[in-house]
Design a protein around this ligand. Structure first.
Ligand SMILES: [Zn+2]
Length: 299
């Protein structure tokens, strides 16, 4: 089981910024410390090529990113201060997700310590997302012929609006988003399957809903590869989410997704997505659970 990571994942932010950037160094440290992942399992991807970027994003958007000429309004929608190292970081993360897919073909599963930046559209970024890593990886694999059909299982609490929009006209990619109906984005895009959950949906209803839909999707879509976006902003402690799940429920969610793929021999590439609990330790614990479940199933 390989894990994509680079120290550049942790982007330097002004003090008091609400994004918990430290998770990108604390999560790998925790995984190493407890022995869930060994040093040898980590890898750092090269920066994504321009060619691959342009298979998903528009030339106009890419040029503005490259030249650091986004307008103030465009930068504000992304929510991070724009510096060249943010763009460089995004390229390493996106390539990491692509490489995870390739490792998953061999090993069954691979995980990226970051990624899952599903609010990035073809021509703009928003909600802490610059590049849409999963869309980029899916488009690249379709282009090279490494896959013919892809299923994206997006269980971050926020709708995968960028991903839905990017693949609205792409029948080879099935987009499934299960999210808080009243969460950001206020204006939802249309995924191939959207399930909007009410506020305070707890573990039981959440897991029942997932169990009702996921197996049929895996069997119906018959993808060559699954991308799983395992955002942990579904937790009750999350400042942005509204779904009231427990750590245990969130882990059960991961277990159900991974067991369902494992049983069907479907390779799965996992990107972390969001997590905004007050305590960083809670965020790390929830993300670490995804790795623990994966390591238990695949090793
Ligand atoms: Zn989210």
């Amino acid at each position: 089981m390989r894990v994509a990571f680079s120290p550049v994942y942790r982007y330097r932010l002004p003090p008091g910024h609400r994004f918990p950037m430290d998770k990108y160094t604390l999560l790998p440290e925790q995984l190493l410390y407890e022995g869930t992942v060994t040093e040898q399992q980590f890898f750092t991807a090269e920066p994504l090529t321009e060619e691959a970027i342009l298979r998903t994003h528009t030339a106009a958007y890419w040029t503005k990113l490259r030249d650091n000429t986004l307008t103030r309004k465009e930068a504000r929608a992304i929510g991070f201060p724009m510096r060249p190292d943010l763009v460089a970081r995004g390229r390493v993360i996106a390539q990491g997700t692509l490489e995870c897919a390739r490792f998953a073909f061999r090993d069954g599963v691979a995980l990226n310590i970051a990624g899952g930046t599903h609010h990035a559209f073809a021509d703009h970024g928003e909600g802490f997302c610059v590049f849409n890593d999963i869309a980029i990886a899916a488009n690249e694999l379709l282009h090279t012929g490494e896959v013919e059909r892809v299923l994206i299982v997006d269980l971050d609490v926020h709708q995968g609006n960028g991903t839905a929009s990017l693949f609205a006209q792409e029948p080879r990619v099935f987009t499934f988003s299960m999210h808080g109906a009243r969460n950001y984005p206020a204006r939802k895009e249309r995924s191939d399957l959207d399930i909007g959950l009410p506020d305070q949906t707890g573990d039981e209803v959440y897991l029942d809903t997932l169990r009702r839909h996921l197996p049929g999707l895996l069997d119906g879509v018959q993808p060559d590869l699954v991308f799983y976006l395992s955002g942990v902003d579904v937790l009750a402690t999350d400042k942005l989410g509204r779904l009231s799940m427990t750590l245990q429920g969130c882990k059960e969610r991961d277990r159900f997704v991974l067991e369902s793929c494992h049983r069907r021999n479907l390779p799965v590439a996992i990107a972390m997505g969001g997590g905004y609990s007050d305590r960083l330790a809670t965020i790390i614990e929830a993300h670490a659970n995804t790795y623990r479940v994966a390591a238990g199933l695949y090793d």
